[in-house]
Ligand binder design. Structure first.
Ligand SMILES: [Zn+2]
Ligand SMILES: [Zn+2]
Length: 351
């Protein structure tokens, strides 16, 4: 059998976190990669928008008024997808022949404003402001996770109109619920199996390999590494991995929180610089379930799933083969990583 050449042969790559495979067709991106630059969007937003329901001092749905907050601000989502449990009532169930199965789900949805400034994004905030966000993520994970009716806390950001985000004010969300949802459940399963087999976390071992090979690393600091995962699906997908295997961000030291904030800054600035546009993405933390058990197999991390492919307007869609068969990409993870790595670490608006 021939030796597999990752930049020549069509191949499948395994995602050890989820057990899924990605089809990679590198020959289709043989032509030299040309990032197409649209005219950069120059329309700037005001620092405060009287019509924005997330800006300080403005009214939200139902008449609640935001305080005049100075850094971050968290509140229960006025249009929550999950509703808290009613004390004393058992969850309703339905099971018809094992084919129509439903179970009542309870939880809490919150919104986190990252900044009082309407016109900023994570990429444009300074390090101390980003540390405040990390601190809030940690305290929210601890507070919500401590509840008996919350077994998983999903913290995420959906950024940009392309991702269906309707409000450009810098903000993220928390959906905390009774059940561990599918994506982290898959990762729980695979991390546990690896830990039981080897005695160390899957991502610690994976990170070691990435550091040795050094072909998919975009940025690293003292405590964190940003890289394009070997099994990435989205063209410029990245993962932020802590060097120290901790199950959740409450275990980070103050120094590590600063380094985490720095890693977030470094990747979001590079993303904006790639096509000179405020880069859309869905990003979020994967942390251990909060079911009261210890989870030594869990190695917390942050995923970035950006849809853009070749320009500020040309995006990848998950359609056709990808909906019916499985994930596929042309540009290899190694090429994407080298493109991101080569970008300036200073935001294009600041140049
Ligand atoms: Zn606003
Ligand atoms: Zn994950």
């Amino acid at each position: 059998m021939d030796h597999l050449n990752l930049s020549e042969h069509v191949h499948r790559r395994y995602n050890p976190l989820t057990g899924e495979w990605i089809l990679v067709s590198p020959h289709r991106s043989k032509r030299p990669w040309k990032g197409h630059l649209d005219t950069p969007a120059t329309a700037s937003r005001p620092p405060h928008d009287p019509a924005c329901y997330l800006c300080p001092g403005n009214a939200r749905a139902g008449g609640k008024v935001n305080p005049d907050y100075a850094d971050t601000f968290v509140f229960d989502n006025d249009f929550a997808a999950l509703q808290p449990a009613v004390a004393g009532s058992a969850p309703a169930l339905m099971d018809t022949g094992g084919l129509m199965v439903a179970r009542q789900e309870t939880g809490i949805c919150r919104v986190i404003c990252f900044s009082p400034r309407h016109d900023l994004t994570l990429a444009e905030m300074d390090a101390p402001a980003l540390v405040k966000i990390v601190d809030l993520w940690a305290s929210q994970y601890a507070e919500l996770g401590a509840r008996n009716d919350i077994n998983y806390v999903q913290i995420f950001e959906n950024k940009g109109a392309m991702m269906g985000c309707s409000n450009m004010h810098p903000h993220g969300q928390i959906w905390a619920q009774q059940t561990v949802p599918d994506e982290p459940a898959k990762e729980s399963h695979h991390q546990l199996a690896y830990f039981q087999r080897t005695g160390h976390t899957l991502l610690a071992a994976y990170l070691q390999l990435e550091l040795e090979q050094d072909v998919r690393i975009v940025y690293q600091n003292k405590d964190f590494v940003v890289l394009v995962p070997f099994w990435a699906f989205w063209p410029f997908e990245t993962i932020i991995l802590p060097r120290r295997a901790v199950p959740d961000i409450t275990a980070l030291t103050m120094g590590e929180r600063e380094q985490f904030a720095d890693a977030i800054k470094q990747i979001t600035v590079r993303y904006d610089n790639l096509f000179k546009v405020s880069f859309p993405y869905s990003a979020g933390l994967h942390q251990a379930p909060t079911d009261g058990s210890a989870h030594p197999a869990w190695h917390f991390h942050m995923h970035f799933y950006p849809p853009l492919l070749r320009s500020a307007t040309i995006r990848k869609f998950k359609v056709g083969y990808e909906m019916l068969g499985g994930g596929q990409r042309d540009v290899s993870a190694e090429v994407s990583a080298s493109l991101l790595k080569a970008l300036p670490a200073v935001h294009f608006k600041a140049l």
